[in-house]
Design a protein around this ligand. Sequence first.
Ligand code: G3P
Ligand code: CA
Length: 301
Amino acid sequence: MNRRSLLLSAVLLFVLAACSPEKELLPATGSFSQAEPAPLPEDRFLTIAHRGASAYRPEHTLPAYILADEMGADYIELDLRMTKDGRLAVIHDQELQRITGGSGKVSDMSMDELKKVSAGVAFNEENPELAQASYEQLTIPELRDVLMRFGTSVNYYIELKDPPEGAGMEQAVISELEQYGITESSGQRQLPPVILQSFNKESLMRLHEMRPDIPLIQLYSFKENADLSSEELEQLRGYASGIGIPADSAHAGFIEKVKGRELDVHVFTVNEEQDIRRLIAIGADGVFTDRPDVSRRISLE
Ligand code: G3P
Ligand code: CA
C-alpha cells in the first residue's frame, strides 16, 4: 500500500467512526444492562386483576387471587412491601389501618407479627353484602405464600412498593421467583409469566440489570393529562417494556406517542365497563381492574 492509499484509509476510518451512533462509541460501563427490554404480547388486551378480584373479596388475599384466576384474569397483581425482617409482605398500604383496623407500619413489623392480624375484618365491615365469616381468619400473605399456592398456573404482575435503597428488595423478589420456578420460560405460555412494576426508576433499572428477560413497567402518577418528553421515552426504552398510568390521565395522543416508541401502556384502576371500552378504543394495552370478570368479558368480544 502506497502513502496515498494509507492516507485515504485513515481518512475513511475517521469518517466511519464519526458517523457511528453515539452509543456504539461509548464503552460499556458495566453499570447498566445493554440488553433490550423483554417484549410484551402484541395485539392482546391484558386484564390485570388489581390486588386480585378485589371488588368481590378482601384485597391481596388468596381468595381474591383464586377468584381472579377463575374469572380468567391474564395476571394477578400483587403489591409488595418489605417487613422489618426483610420479608416480602403482599400489602398495598404503608400503614396497617385501612386493611386491618390496627395501627403501625409494615416496615416496623416482622412478617410473623403481620401474620397475626386479620386481612378480612375491614372488608366485611365495609361490604356487608359480600361479607363472609371466614374472611375474618384471613391473614396478610407473603410473596412465597402466593407463589406456593399458584406456582406456574397463573401469571404474576408484581409491584415493588417504596423499595428501600440498599435493602436488597429487588434481589429478594428475583430470588423467590426463581426459587419457585416462576421466571422459567415455557413454550406453552402465551404471556410472560411475570411482569414487574414500580414507581421507582432506580429499582427498575436494578431489576433490568439482574433479569433483562423480565418485562418491566414504569409507573407514573400523572394528576392531569399524561405526558412524557421524547428524551424521557428514549430513556425508558433502555430498561422498561411499558408504562402504567392513571385512568384519568390517559388520552389518545399520549398513548399513540408512547406506542410509537414500542412501549406498552397499562392503565389503573379501571372498573367501569364504559371506561374499559374507552381505553381499548384509544389503544391501551391493558387495565388494572378490581373487576377482572368485566374486563375479560369485554376483551373477548
Ligand atoms: O400498580 C398499578 C396500580 O396498582 C398502582 O396503583 O396504588 O393501586 O398500587 P396502586
Ligand atoms: Ca399496585
